[in-house]
Design a protein around this ligand. Structure first.
Ligand code: PLP
Length: 408
């Protein structure tokens, strides 16, 4: 086994930043693609807000409200810098990736459209399929699905062939949650732009692993979730290019998103508030900003190298087992490696691994059409974060051998 130490903070030190591993010292957590564990810094930031600054934002004149507003808006500015957005007006708080995608789909539904077709790919999570399916049905457009290659990558030729003068938007993920494939975002954005289409990138599996610069990527929208990058649940972000957001109709309505209301009509607030109706998830935004700070405190290149090394170890270990097939083994990847065990049902495998304190996810991973395309009922997914160690992978492989021996 490769014993080369990662640069930067060592996995053991990183692990100590996460209280859950003290509560469960034996845990091998390989399910970070579902949700990451939370570092103390994030837990402290949320507690500090509720204990020291709790008040509603933007409205009241009192000191606590000012402090809460400053913390909340500073969180937005931190996220702006983290993703390279041009302004805070481009950073809209949502409940997560799912809500961010729904926001765009719901808003487009209200527009006078000359283009109606939507292009997605076979690699998508349900949250980047169903909103577009619903939108296409509503506006009378076609939902076109770009194929993947036998290697598990988006087939760019097929994608290009599916684009046309009627394409309204192209929506695809940065990293596949089911296969781990890392997609060529900038290339696809450039392709879509030549056909005048909008582009939404589902970044749910990317922001915790890869440095993001939305301007360099060239997308119109970028959606992500706090809980998959060490932040709390219930908070996420829709990045939207300002000139595009300015053309979008509002979606949810009510307080906060208005400028002036009378019984005769309402005028709407400026960006980003016009897309944020109601009291926002203040603690969530503050927690997400603390997660961003935590990520920035790590040596990101070293963390990424470390994750790649762990996945390479898992891949070579799995490939030595007769009856185990690694999915998309040669695709560029980030954070995730999946496999199919031809001899053991994935649910049984999940249960037997859990009995040995290995936490991972088996099944369709909210990507039923992808499973169908791959001809499998489900896959077993190993997903890593910087707190995982080579020891975790060794324990996984050992537990897998024991589980298979039991069922053979
Ligand atoms: N997109 C991808 C690629 C995901 O992995 C997930 C969650 O697993 C989502 C979207 C949905 O994220 P959320 O449930 O946080 O809205």
């Amino acid at each position: 086994m490769n014993t080369q130490a990662p640069r930067g903070k060592q996995p053991d030190e990183i692990r100590r930043d996460f209280p859950i591993f003290s509560a469960h010292p034996d845990l091998v957590y390989l399910d970070s693609a579902a949700t990451t564990q939370k570092p103390r810094r994030v837990l402290d930031a949320i507690r500090d807000y509720y204990e020291q600054r709790n008040a509603n934002v933007h409205r009241a004149a009192h000191t606590l409200a000012t402090e809460a507003t400053v913390a909340f808006e500073s969180a937005r500015a931190r996220v702006r810098d983290f993703i390279g957005a041009a302004s805070v007006g481009e950073v809209i708080w949502t409940r997560g990736t799912t809500e961010a995608i729904n926001l765009v789909a719901a808003s487009l539904r209200e527009m006078e459209l000359t283009r109606r077709d939507i292009v997605i790919t076979e690699l998508e999570h349900h949250s980047n399929i169903v909103p577009w399916q619903q939108l296409a049905a509503k506006i009378g457009g076609k939902l076109k699905v770009a194929r993947i290659t036998s290697g598990g990558e988006i087939d760019l030729e097929d994608l290009a062939a599916k684009l046309g003068d009627k394409t309204l938007i192209v929506a695809f993920n940065h990293v596949s949650n089911a296969l781990g494939t890392l997609n060529p975002v900038a290339e696809i954005c450039a392709l879509a732009r030549t056909r005048g289409a909008l582009v939404l990138v589902d970044g749910a599996q990317a922001t915790g692993h890869i440095e993001i610069d939305v301007k360099e990527l060239g997308c119109d929208f970028y959606a992500f979730s706090g809980h998959k990058m060490f932040g709390p649940t219930g908070i996420g972000v829709l990045y939207g290019r300002e000139d595009v957001l300015e053309t979008l109709p509002v979606w949810q309505t009510g307080g906060e998103m208005i400028e002036r209301v009378s019984f005769d009509g309402t005028t709407f607030n400026r960006l980003p508030y016009r897309f944020e109706a109601g009291t926002p998830n203040i603690a969530g935004a503050i927690g997400l900003a603390a997660a961003v700070e935590y990520i920035q405190s790590l040596d990101r290149a070293a963390a990424s190298e470390h994750e790649h090394r762990l996945l390479a170890l898992a891949r070579s270990g799995l490939q030595q087992i007769d009856g185990v097939r690694v999915m998309a083994p040669d695709a560029p990847r980030s954070g995730v490696l999946s496999f199919v065990d031809e001899d053991v049902h994935h649910q049984d495998l999940g249960t037997l691994l859990n009995e040995q304190s290995i936490a991972l996810r088996t099944g369709h991973h909210c990507a039923m059409p992808l499973m169908e395309r791959l001809g499998v009922a489900g896959v077993t997914r190993v997903s890593v974060a910087p707190y995982n160690s080579e020891e975790d992978i060794a324990r996984l492989l050992d537990a897998l051998a024991k589980a298979r021996a039991l069922l053979a």
